[in-house]
Design a protein. Structure first.
Length: 295
């Protein structure tokens, strides 16, 4: 089920040759392929949507976050509908499926974009600062007055292990006062208690939380997915206040426009945790939470 379109979509993830990048193939629209790249972004309203030749693929960020965390550079995502299925609202089902399929090294160099100087963005009360760091580090702050989410901050070094433990299980969320507004705009049509956390001024009204600060963790998860649109892993420390898809996108545009702020490195970008074998037979401790989730 697509959370915004409310449409059912079948999805298949296939391997791809080195240098292919990540591509979405709409099998219901003449097998048009849309690349997970900055130039193919067509909309950022409540989700990241890619488009080409009037064919779109929406809500790509959760799947892309899992792809990024696992260090996958090349694959094809076949879909017979317009929106990546939301599943349980997190990236964890995709992470587990990709791990179960297995990951193979390819005989090609991997380019990493490494920040070499500071880059700042300010858009009203939203702010983002990117600075050099030997890896990917997030310092993410959200602020939702008028509901129980409030102000939350997360600081995390993102690698395969921390993503699986601290970000992947975090589900998408919204404020109860925004539900009707979204649906009038033709969005959120597939939202349900199975794939979204709804907050009022007292707390989550439809489910128990997996983390006390689950909303900010999900926003950080979205950021990891959006960074994938750069087409390469990125090394840097990213401080974000009141961020979202639009601010993430503007950061990537600024990076492209300011090559003096970064350099290309060639290498593996494999932190120590990434050298551990993937074993889908050893699920994390919170895995029972996903029991009954659509697979």
């Amino acid at each position: 089920m697509g959370i915004h379109t409310g449409k059912q979509t079948n999805l298949r993830i296939l391997p791809a040759p080195a240098g292919s990048g990540v591509r979405f193939r709409r099998t219901d629209a003449g097998s048009v392929e849309v690349r997970a790249e900055l130039k193919d972004v067509s909309s950022l309203e409540l989700a990241t949507t890619l488009g080409r030749d009037d064919v779109t693929v929406s809500t790509v960020e959760h799947l892309l976050a899992a792809v990024y965390a696992l260090g996958i550079d090349n694959l094809v995502v076949e879909m017979d509908g317009p929106e990546v299925p939301i599943l349980d609202g997190s990236a964890m089902p995709y992470l587990l499926l990709l791990q179960a399929a297995g990951i193979r090294r390819q005989n090609a160099d991997r380019r990493i974009l490494a920040m070499t100087s500071v880059l700042e963005l300010k858009r009203g009360d939203k702010w983002l600062r990117a600075s050099p760091y030997p890896g990917l580090r997030l310092d993410y702050t959200i602020d939702f007055p008028g509901c129980a989410v409030g102000r939350q901050r997360l600081q995390l070094e993102v690698d395969r292990a921390s993503f699986e433990r601290d970000l992947a299980p975090a589900r998408t969320f919204c404020r109860q006062v925004d539900v009707e507004k979204m649906q009038r705009a033709g969005l959120g049509l597939g939202g349900s208690v199975d794939n979204c956390i709804v907050f009022d001024d007292r707390g989550a009204v439809n489910t128990d939380l997996r983390f006390a600060d689950e909303p900010v963790r999900h926003k950080a998860l979205d950021a990891v997915g959006d960074l994938t649109l750069l087409g390469a892993p990125i090394w840097g420390h990213f401080e974000v206040v009141r961020g979202g898809h639009q601010l993430h996108y503007e950061l990537l545009k600024e990076l492209v426009a300011n090559p003096q702020c970064w350099t290309w490195m060639v290498g593996e970008e494999l932190p120590p945790q990434a050298d551990l074998p993937l074993d889908p037979k050893q699920p994390p401790a919170w895995a029972p939470v996903l029991a009954g989730s659509p697979q």
